[in-house]
Design a protein around this ligand. Structure first.
Ligand code: AKG
Length: 299
C-alpha cells in the first residue's frame, strides 16, 4: 500500500497522507452513522461521555464538535479500524502488532467548526516508546479552506513542549513562549477516503472552519502493541486485548528514552482537547486577533 519512499517521508517529516484507503461507499456509510449520531444530540444542553458541543450549540439547533471514542458508540467504527488497507499502511509504519488506544470524530462544520491549538499528542498520552500515531480519516474532502490539519514537519524529532498553564495541564503549546516557527507548518489535504498519519510527537493544530464546506475528520490513535500508555498500566487485561486491531499483544513493553512530560495536574476544564485548551494563556488560531494568519501555510 505504501512504498519505502513514503515510509522514509513519514520518518523524516512525521506525517504522511495516503489516498483511497476507504471507498466512497465506506465513507458514505460512516457519514450516515455520524449524521444519525448528530441528530440524536438534539436536546442535549452540555457535553457528555459521547458528545462534545460547539460553544454555539443549543438544544434546538444541535452543533456537535466531536463524537468521543466512536468505536465504543457504533460497531462500524470499530470494524473500520481493522480495514485491510489501513492495517497494511500501519504495519509498514509501526509493525504488525497494533493496539487502538483512543479516537474521536472532529466534525468541524462549515462556518463555525472550532480550531484546535498547537499541541503534541505525546503530551496527552506518553507511552513506553513512541511508535504511536494518529490516523486522520477524511470523511469530507480536506482542502486549503476548510480548516485542514496543519503539521510542523520534523517536529516529532524535537522536544516535548510545555502544555501547561498556571500550573495545570492545558493541552496546548503557548505560541508566544515557544521557539517553533508555526508558519512552516504544512497543510494536510486530501479527498474523502484518504487518511493522514501523524507521529505522536509531531506538533499540529488547525484553524477554525470559516469556509462553506464541512470538514469531518475521524481520528484513530494507534500504538505498536509493545508501547504501553504510561497513564493506564492498571487497565483491565480484557479491555486492552479488546483493542488489539492486528497481530498480538505482549507482556513485555519496550522502553525507549524519549522526552516525556506527564499531563498532570489535570486540566481545569477536563474533557475534550477543546475544553482543556480553554485554560491556555495565548491563542494562535484567534481569527479576530490575527486575521492575517490565514493562508500562511504551505501545501
Ligand atoms: O481536527 C483537527 O484538526 C485536529 C485534531 C487533533 O489534533 C485532536 O483532536 O487532537
Amino acid at each position: 500500500m505504501i512504498n519505502e519512499q513514503e515510509v522514509a517521508f513519514y520518518n523524516d517529516s512525521g506525517y504522511l497522507v495516503v489516498d483511497d484507503i476507504y471507498s466512497p461507499e465506506e465513507v458514505g456509510e460512516m457519514r450516515s452513522v455520524v449524521d444519525e449520531l448528530v441528530a440524536a444530540a438534539s436536546g442535549l444542553t452540555d457535553h457528555d461521555s459521547v458528545y462534545d458541543l460547539e460553544p454555539s450549540h443549543t438544544a434546538e439547533r444541535p452543533r456537535v464538535r466531536r463524537i468521543k471514542e466512536m468505536y465504543n458508540v457504533h460497531p462500524l467504527f470499530r470494524k473500520m479500524a481493522e480495514h485491510p488497507k489501513l492495517i497494511a499502511v500501519l504495519t509498514k509504519l509501526l509493525g504488525p502488532n497494533l493496539v487502538l488506544h483512543g479516537g474521536k470524530i472532529n466534525i468541524k462544520a462549515a462556518e463555525y467548526g472550532s480550531p484546535v491549538e498547537w499541541h503534541q499528542d505525546w503530551a496527552f498520552y506518553p507511552h513506553t516508546n513512541h511508535d504511536v500515531l494518529a490516523i486522520g480519516v477524511m470523511l469530507d474532502d480536506m482542502t486549503e479552506e476548510n480548516g485542514p490539519l496543519l503539521i510542523a514537519p520534523g517536529s516529532h524529532k524535537g522536544p516535548t513542549f510545555d502544555h501547561h498553564a498556571d500550573g495545570v495541564f492545558a493541552g496546548a503549546i503557548d505560541p508566544e513562549n515557544c521557539p517553533v516557527d508555526f508558519t512552516k507548518a504544512g497543510r494536510v489535504i486530501g479527498k474523502a477516503g484518504a487518511c493522514s498519519f501523524h507521529h505522536v510527537r509531531a506538533i499540529h493544530g488547525s484553524e477554525q472552519n470559516r469556509s462553506g464546506k464541512d470538514r469531518m475528520l475521524m481520528l484513530y490513535q494507534v500504538a505498536a502493541a509493545d508501547a504501553w500508555d504510561l497513564r493506564r498500566f492498571n487497565e483491565s487485561w480484557d479491555d486492552r486485548e479488546a483493542r488489539v486491531i492486528a497481530g498480538t499483544s505482549t507482556l513485555e513493553p519496550r522502553l525507549v528514552q524519549t522526552p516525556i512530560r506527564l499531563p498532570y495536574p489535570p486540566a481545569r476544564h477536563e474533557g475534550s482537547i477543546y475544553e482543556n485548551q480553554r485554560g491556555i494563556k495565548h491563542r494562535y488560531f484567534d481569527f479576530e486577533a490575527h486575521p492575517d494568519k490565514v493562508a500562511e501555510f504551505a501545501d
